[in-house]
Ligand binder design. Structure first.
Ligand code: GLU
Length: 434
């Protein structure tokens, strides 16, 4: 199949349509990313539509956090409740009269009927074929869906009606969403047909499952985007990872937004199953952190430290940024930085060797007036230390180990040259394990 639905499609309009009933979870973020990349690829519009038809469960606070999380990830909306745009309002709760009009039309035409105050769509008994841009034709059998409510007794519209009407009125050209929506899509196609509305082109993504293969649902502890951010994954890595999950062909090294959008194709959208894999996310995260310039890495690590109540100047962190390149997350990088930049609270046991090492180290460090050393100066200092103590019979290993333990209180950590470089002179002169 030629991919007429990716490159070169003009007038593409897609939407991200979260229900503001909780935090932005991964499955939802994945479809957001897929739609956004597709819009970018086609030079089209990306619309934020808030699916708040359920007044009981919808909450403005969730709308805000979902938006913040999506924007943190790098998604940018061309239209939406805050952006405005020619197809507004963009909150479904503000569009109820439009939906009711459509429902009444169906009642008048005998295609929908009233039942206990609700309006119910009469589903014709026939198969529905979805021309899925990723999977080809998907047949949803007659009987898979029975008559369904389109407006409730309280006069509000349900998701099915609101979504179908809005996709048409907002001139949405493509809808990318999870395959758990396949029967909904069948319903929406029938509704659109009955209303004489144009239906968008659909593509369904594979369902995201947990590492154990179980469905990733909010209830089963699927990490929300906010949780993953809290774990220190940078947004570039998550964007990259979600893009790969949506479109496995994108899993080729690491990519930033531009390249992801360039390579995104509807026909390559995931089928089968997408398995959430922390190992892959860790790898991507590590690679993305590695390519940040030292100042930017330092700025982000500084933010994490600030949340811990530790104020460190980014310049100070950037002195050791070269040593943080192996970290998988910003939290890990902040842990390493904290060890160097903040005197240890818990002190390692110091033996005779370590005590000889720290004594000599202090004498040598005193000879360097700079508050911080460059990594190269730190190398020189460490070499001198090894040479001096080697004379009194200490092995290199003893010296390095003794120095690390006395300075950081830990057995392991970032390369010692960065520890020596990043500890401020006055701190270095007084830092010593008890
Ligand atoms: N509000 C729906 C959801 O969050 C939107 C699904 C859709 O139509 O794309 O699942």
């Amino acid at each position: 199949m030629g991919d007429a639905y990716s490159a070169g499609v003009t007038g593409v309009r897609v939407r991200f349509a979260p229900s503001p009933t909780g935090a932005l979870h991964l499955g939802s973020a994945l479809t957001g990313v897929a739609n956004f990349l597709f819009a970018r690829r086609a030079g089209g519009e990306f619309v934020l539509r808030v699916d708040d038809t359920d007044p009981e469960r919808s909450n403005r606070r969730y709308e805000r956090t979902i938006r913040q999380d999506a924007e943190w990830l790098g998604l940018r909306f061309d239209e939406g409740p805050d952006e405005g745009g020619p197809y507004g309002p963009y909150r479904q709760s503000e569009r109820m009269p439009i939906y009711l009009q459509h429902a009444e039309r169906l009642v008048a035409a005998g295609i929908a009927y009233r039942s206990e105050g609700a309006i119910v769509f009469r589903v014709p008994i026939r198969d529905v074929v979805i021309e899925d841009a990723a999977r080809g034709d998907v047949r949803v059998a007659a009987g898979a869906t029975s008559d369904f409510v389109i407006t409730r007794a309280d006069g509000s519209a349900t998701y099915h009606l609101a979504s179908t009407v809005d996709d048409a009125l907002m001139e949405i050209t493509h809808v990318i969403r999870g395959e758990d929506h396949l029967t909904n899509t069948a319903r929406h196609l029938l509704l659109a047909e009955a209303l004489g509305l144009r239906a968008p082109r659909y593509a369904h993504t594979a369902l995201l499952v947990s590492e154990e293969g179980t469905k990733l649902s909010k209830r089963e502890g699927a990490p929300s985007l906010a949780e993953l951010r809290g774990e220190g994954y940078p947004p570039e890595a998550l964007l990259n990872y979600l893009a790969e999950l949506a479109c496995p062909a994108l899993a080729d090294g690491i990519s930033l937004l531009g390249r992801l959008a360039q390579a995104f194709e509807l026909r390559s959208i995931s089928r089968g199953q997408s398995r959430f894999d922390y190992g892959r996310l860790d790898w991507l995260s590590q690679q993305h952190l590695k390519r940040l310039n030292p100042l930017e890495l330092a700025r982000r690590v500084g933010q994490v430290l600030e949340l811990r109540g530790i104020a460190v100047h980014p310049a100070q962190i950037s002195a050791i940024a070269g040593g943080l390149g192996g970290c998988r997350t910003l939290v890990e990088a902040a842990d390493e930085a904290e060890v160097v930049l903040v005197p240890p609270r818990v002190r390692g046991a110091v033996d005779e060797i370590a005590s000889a090492v720290i004594t000599r180290f202090r004498q040598l460090r005193e000879g360097w007036p700079d508050p911080f050393l460059s990594p190269e100066d730190a190398d020189t200092l460490i070499a001198e230390l090894k040479a001096d103590l080697g004379g009194s019979g200490l092995s290199s290993r003893d010296v390095l180990h003794g120095l690390r333990v006395t300075l950081t209180g830990r057995e392991r950590g970032i390369a010692l040259r960065y520890v020596v470089a990043g500890i401020e002179r006055s701190d270095a002169l007084s830092r010593e394990a008890a």
